[in-house]
Write a protein that binds this ligand. Structure first.
Ligand code: NDP
Length: 319
């Protein structure tokens, strides 16, 4: 495993981390969940990314991971870097969503119970809240660290201007922002518009999510939608749907697949390598429905450099 320093902090993260947004809910077989997590850990993936609302139902992924921790990984707690988040709808009423101190503090307490942990290594505010003062949200993150319930804090889905303000407030509070988690893939390149530069300048790490565009940047949708794929299963909560897979996108994906073949990589491997070619990226959070997908991703690490010509070719396909 390749480990990279997270911004200007003491933390090293594996270049590939494992995310539990999908495939770890109540409907998912615990034996497969356990296999995915153990395969990851046995190959040096020390970082596992969760959130209060991962499931379905919300909370289920933390419960599943808590069970695996207790039954399989308890002796290795100090070899693991575990994150969770809050910011999306979690429970009814005015205190179960967004970014108030009331919501975030209660949510972390609930997450710790589901995970069976005394503290998480990293707690994120999951998305910016347009109505709560940023000072309140950041003060809540600072409080969690002071209470010993989180070792580090981060932000996710913040644009560059909001991120700059959050980073400044956290620094003034004495709890530096460890990391930002944006969506970043060959198909979604918004972090290139100022965010990556800001994070580098501020010494904050960056961990990309949905770098395979939920499976679109693999060869699985090239000849239709397989029934056992994420799109084929018709999952709730923002998962990719059949209608999100257009002919136009598949035409680009087909061309990208040719570039990947010329590099002796699968498209999935090239999509991950393409993210990791940038030294500003600390890690990426991979999603996996099978242990074999984790192994496939790890192979990407043996080729994370691109020639100028390959990058130009990819840019042309994506233009
Ligand atoms: P990816 O883009 O990595 O998509 C993962 C899916 O792609 C898998 O579940 C699988 O789907 C398919 N796949 C993976 N590897 C392969 C392969 N080698 N060949 C073919 N198909 C493959 O990421 P996700 O969208 O799942 O997100 C990853 C993590 O990022 C989440 O678990 C979460 O931790 C984090 N995240 C954070 C968000 C935030 O707001 N901060 C939002 C979303 C995600 P299939 O079922 O079809 O096999």
């Amino acid at each position: 495993m390749l480990y990279r320093r997270c911004g200007k902090s003491g933390v090293l993260l594996p270049a590939i981390s494992l995310g539990l947004w999908q495939n770890f809910g109540e409907v998912d077989a615990i034996a497969n969940c356990r296999d995915i997590v153990k395969t990851a850990f046995n190959h040096g993936i020390t970082h596992f990314d969760l959130a209060n609302n991962y499931g379905p139902p919300s909370g289920a992924a933390e419960q599943t991971f808590g069970r695996i921790l207790k039954e399989d990984l308890a002796p290795y707690r100090d070899e693991l870097f575990i994150s969770t988040k809050a910011g999306y709808l979690m429970w009814d009423g005015p205190y179960g969503n967004w970014g108030s101190k009331k919501y975030l503090v209660a949510s972390l307490d609930q997450s710790l119970k589901r995970l069976g942990l005394e503290y998480v290594d990293l707690f994120y505010h999951h998305r910016p809240d347009p109505d709560t003062p940023l000072e309140e949200t950041m003060t809540a993150l600072n409080l969690m660290v002071r209470q010993g319930k989180a070792l580090y804090v981060g932000i996710s889905n913040y644009g560059p201007a909001e991120a700059a303000k959050a980073i400044k407030i956290l620094r003034e509070l004495g709890t530096p922002c460890l990391i930002h988690q944006p969506k970043y893939s060959m198909l979604v390149r918004t972090p290139e518009d100022g965010l990556l530069d800001l994070l580098e300048q501020e010494g904050v790490g960056c961990i990309a999510f949905s770098s395979l565009a939920q499976g679109l940047l693999t060869n699985k949708y090239l000849s239709g939608v397989p029934a056992d794929s994420r799109a084929g299963r018709g999952l709730p909560n923002g998962a990719i749907t059949t209608s999100g897979i257009t002919e136009e996108t598949i035409a680009r994906v087909r061309l990208l697949n040719e570039v990947a073949e010329s590099r002796n990589q699968s498209l999935a491997q090239m999509a991950l390598s393409w993210i990791l070619k940038d030294s500003r990226i600390t890690s990426l959070v991979l999603g996996a429905s099978k242990p074999a997908q984790v192994i496939d991703a790890l192979t990407a690490l043996s080729n994370i450099t691109f020639t100028h010509q390959e990058l130009k070719q990819i840019d042309l396909i994506l233009a």
